[in-house]
Design a protein around this ligand. Structure first.
Ligand SMILES: [Zn+2]
Length: 327
């Protein structure tokens, strides 16, 4: 992956490329932003650009160095992930030890520390020592969802690279060109991902979210038909599907959000569930604004109760009956 081909993040890419062409690359960078935005993808591309000798301001993407960096086989490029829940002191000690050696093949070494906020306190202290006196020709690329979970002493030694959401049309294009998803499905995944290319890619590759979506629209049918017996049965089944319940409620929320947006604005381009536009138009007109606002409140309330471990089955039953029009 070369920097120019990473989707979105125009500003971040410019900062990194300027640093390279102007020969003032910092010793440490912290890529921070929501999960699924592409922090690690961009950090990897930056590592490739720093190691490849063919390109200026970017990797060439074709040489042996680039191939090996992409495959995680290049001897001067190290990637640290949490081992279990945390990045542990042993991992950082190993990094500290290796960082003393000269580069093996390139003229520099790169350490990518993914999910840096998962470092234990000891690990973070150890890394801080390394960052305080960085070995020559060694660069550290950290990624974190929440920079405030890192010790400020580490953050202050990094150049911050904020990473935000990616425009939906770029995500759609990536899904079509890189994964071969059809344009309609790509548009849908892009909308559902809410600007997170990692999430869109996972949906497209696993199809898992499509199963969740089928469940959601099965539920929507039952709600539309005021099928109370069916809804109670569904609540019972969802009790056994706790792993997907949160996603189901998220997507149900998006469905009601879409209806409300449609009722208020009538603008198709604001709709997320674009493949269900006809259904959306029919449902929302029949539902009306007040019912939709109330339904959204009810779903949010149920979500928060479930997070607080209130009786799951009861919460779901109450929610589904409230969503049906008889309530
Ligand atoms: Zn190259």
């Amino acid at each position: 992956m070369v920097i120019a081909k990473v989707i979105g993040h125009t500003r971040a890419k410019r900062v990194l490329q300027n640093a390279m062409t102007e020969n003032r690359v910092a010793h440490a960078y912290l890529f921070h932003g929501p999960a699924g935005t592409g922090k690690t993808t961009l950090a990897r591309a930056f590592a490739g650009a720093l190691l490849c000798r063919q390109g200026t301001g970017d990797a060439c993407g074709k040489c042996s160095v680039c191939h090996r960096v992409n495959e995680g086989q290049f001897p001067d490029f190290f990637v640290l992930h949490p081992a279990g829940n945390n990045i542990k002191i042993d991992q950082i000690r190993e990094l500290q030890r290796k960082a003393q050696f000269k580069p093996y093949e390139a003229d520099r070494k790169i350490y990518l520390i993914s999910q840096a906020e998962s470092m234990t306190r000891d690990a973070a202290n150890c890394l801080l020592k390394v960052l305080e006196e960085p070995p020559p020709d060694t660069f550290f690329l950290l990624t974190a969802v929440n920079q405030h979970k890192l010790p400020p002493t580490i953050v202050s030694r990094c150049q911050l690279i904020p990473i935000g959401k990616v425009p939906l049309d770029q995500i759609k294009q990536m899904l079509v060109e890189d994964i071969g998803v059809g344009p309609e499905m790509a548009a849908l995944y892009a909308s559902l991902s809410d600007g997170l290319p990692g999430v869109a890619r996972e949906m497209a590759e696993s199809g898992k979210n499509l199963q969740v979506r089928e469940l959601v629209f099965y539920l929507v049918e039952q709600i539309e038909e005021n099928d109370i017996n069916g809804l109670l049965k569904t609540a019972e089944e969802f009790e056994k599907k706790k792993d997907v319940l949160n996603q189901v409620l998220e997507q149900l929320l998006l469905w009601y959000r879409d209806q409300l947006i449609w009722v208020q604005t009538g603008e198709e381009k604001l709709v997320i569930n674009i493949d269900k536009l006809n259904k959306l138009k029919n449902c929302s007109t029949a539902a009306g604004r007040d019912y939709l606002v109330k339904s959204i409140t009810n779903i949010l309330e149920a979500k928060s109760q479930i997070e607080q471990n209130v009786n799951l089955r009861l919460t779901l039953e109450v929610l589904l009956i409230r969503l049906s029009r008889t309530a």
